[in-house]
Write a protein that binds this ligand. Sequence first.
Ligand code: FMN
Length: 138
Amino acid sequence: MEKVPGAAAPAKGGARAKLIRLVYLSMRTRDLTAEDVDQIEGRSEANNLAAGITGLLIAQGQYFYGVMEGPRRPVMQRMEVVITDDRHMGLRILREEEIVARRFANWSFARLPDETTTRSFGMPLPGSFILELSRRLA
Ligand SMILES: Cc1cc2nc3c(=O)[nH]c(=O)nc-3n(C[C@H](O)[C@H](O)[C@H](O)COP(=O)(O)O)c2cc1C
C-alpha cells in the first residue's frame, strides 16, 4: 500500500511531498471529435485522481490551456505522457512553480465556445480568452 507511487495517502513523507504547479498552453493538431474530447476528459480524470493530481484543462478554438498541480514526481510523469500526445502540439510551459497549497480541489475540464461561435451571436471577444490568460501568466 505505501509503495504505490504517487498515492494520495500520506505514505513516507507523502503528506509533505513538495507540491508544484505547471501551467501550459498548446495547440490542437486537428479538429477534435466528441470521442477525442470524451477520451481526453475521461482518461485525464481517472489518471489524475489516481496520481493525486488536481487542476484543469480548458479548450477553446485551437488552444488548450492546462494547469496541473500535485507532488512533483507524478505531475512530471503525467506531463511526459501529455507532451507526446499527438492530438496537440507546441506545448509551452508558461509556469512551473513550487506551491504550498493547491488552488484546485479536483481535476476538471471545460470547453469554451470559440470566437467564431461567439461572434455569430454578436458578442465579439477581445481575443482568445486562453491567449489572454496565458499572456497574463507569461
Ligand atoms: C491537451 C491535453 C491535456 C491532457 N491532460 C491530461 C491530464 O491532465 N492527465 C492525463 O492523464 N492525461 C491527459 N491527457 C491525455 C494523455 O495525453 C494520454 O492520452 C492519457 O493520459 C493516456 O491515458 P491512459 O494510458 O490511461 O489511456 C491530455 C491530453 C491532451 C491532448
